[in-house]
Structure formats: structure tokens, C-alpha cells
Ligand binder design. Sequence first.
Ligand code: CO8
Length: 265
Amino acid sequence: MLKLNTYENILLDVQAGIATLTINRPKSMNALNTATLTDIGAALDVIKANADTIKVVIITGAGPKAFVAGADIAEMHDMNSLAAAELSKTAHATFGRIENLSQLTIAAVNGYCLGGGLELAASCDIRVVSDRAKFGQPEVTLGIVPGFGGTQRLTRLVGRGKAKEMIAMGTMVDAQEAYRIGIAEEIATPDELMAKVDKIAQTVMKNGLIAVGMAKYVIDRAADLPLDTAIDFETQMWAQTFATADQTEGMTAFLEKRPAAFPGK
Ligand code: CO8
């Protein structure tokens, strides 16, 4: 049984192979301050160290209103440039660790997903969103640019024109629009959101998880390479999966007409 710490600004729960990390500052719309980023980092240490038992990671926000309504504006108000750079670097390091987890990560977007919140969701592999959720990068309305990856990860999701439009306008789009432009992979009613996320997690967990991890690695790492280099990268990953017991089990199970029981090695 995994022993979990308690944190001031997040909740970390691990049940049956799924880790759920909940940003837990509902009175501040789950805004991300430095302490919350530190807590997320500590939770990532646990998730990484227990990759043999934690197979899928879900990130969500506490309460009915917000996933995360951005970086904490009260904390940022009096910051100078040096402190702002430090905060941005801390967030980049933390979100980079989320992006590089071997497990599939799902953002369960239960409400406002703004600024640093959209940047957090964009660092996850998949975004499943409530039909009440609202999305935006409102930084320019505060006189700053997105600083937790928004100019880059949002652009990679929606393309340059749409990213520039969203960032320059600073307004919100609804869940249907987020789905249409490629921010959201799935939409659910608020009541059905976590069930939908769980269904995806359960389906993924039945598969060879080394292969899932390698697939997300090659998708992320090769996406910006020239196509021939990227294809070569895929060949290397593909070949490596033939060195795993999961490959033997997956193909044997198919030929024996039974479900695979992947050993995860
Ligand atoms: N930071 C701090 N507190 C917040 C934040 C936030 N981002 N968002 C909401 N809160 C607080 C409010 O101040 C309020 O506190 P209180 O009850 O003490 O007055 C409480 O949460 C509830 O908020 P509202 O009363 O405003 O609730 P509404 O339902 O009326 O509105 C909104 C909800 C629309 C989400 C509204 O709160 C809002 O617009 N929030 C700010 C959204 C925003 O601008 N986010 C972007 C922040 S900047 C950012 O994320 C940049 C990241 C990169 C930074 C680089 C660092 C150097």
C-alpha cells in the first residue's frame, strides 16, 4: 500500500493504478502560487517513484467552479522581473515534468481553465472537459504575456493564428469551441466528467503501458523534427518494444484468442 503525504494546496489520491492530483485552493479558484507548484512537484516525485503501480495520472481542480483560474494574481502583483522569471522557471520545470511523465496524463477540466490553468492542462496528454468549462489566456488583460508555456503549448495545440487570437483578445472560449479548435479531446456534463475520464484511464490501463509511454514520448519528442528524422525515431522506439515481455504477451494473447495480461516489463 502506497503511503501518501498530505499537502497544503493539493490532494493526491492513488486508487487501483490511477493517481488523481487535485489542485485544492477552491477559495482562490485553484490559482497556482509558488507553494502550490512546490506541492505539485512533491506529488510528481511520488508519481515518478511509483511508476510500477501508478499507471495513469489525472489532474483536476477542487470544487465546482474552477480547474485552475491561472497563476495567483495576488502573489504576482508586487513581483519584480527577477522574481517573475523565477516563478516562470519553476512553472516550466514543473509542467515539463508533467509532460515527461511515462504515464498517460489526463486533465479533467471541471471549470475555469485560464492562464496558468490552460497552460497546466496543455502540459497533460489529453484534456477531457466539462461542458461548463471556460478556456482562455487572459494574461494581456493584466499587462503580461503567458509565462507558464502558453505561447508554446497552446500554439502547438491550436496553431499560430488561433493562439495569437486567443492570447491577444484575452477573452474566454466555451467547451464546444475548445473542442472544435483542438484544446479539448472530449466533452462531458459536469456529472459525467470523472466517469468519462475513468473510462479512458481504464481502457489505457488494459494496454501495454511501456508501449503507451514510448508512444507519447515519440509523439512529443519527434513532433518538431523533420519528418524523415521523426520517422527514424519512431522506428527506434518500435524496435525497442520488441525487447519487452509486453510485446511477447500481447502477440501471444492475440494468437491464443485471449485478453493480454501485460507484465509491464
Ligand atoms: N489569482 C488569485 N486569485 C484569484 C484568481 C487568480 N488567478 N482567480 C480568482 N481568484 C480569486 C478572486 O480574487 C476571488 O477572491 P476573493 O473571494 O478573496 O475576492 C475568488 O478567487 C473568487 O473569484 P471571483 O469572485 O472573481 O469569481 P467569479 O466567479 O466572479 O469569476 C473568474 C471567476 C472569471 C475565474 C475570475 O476570478 C477571474 O477572471 N480570475 C482571474 C483569471 C485570470 O486572469 N487568470 C490569469 C492569471 S495570469 C496567469 O495565469 C499567467 C501565468 C504566467 C505567469 C508568469 C509568472 C511570472
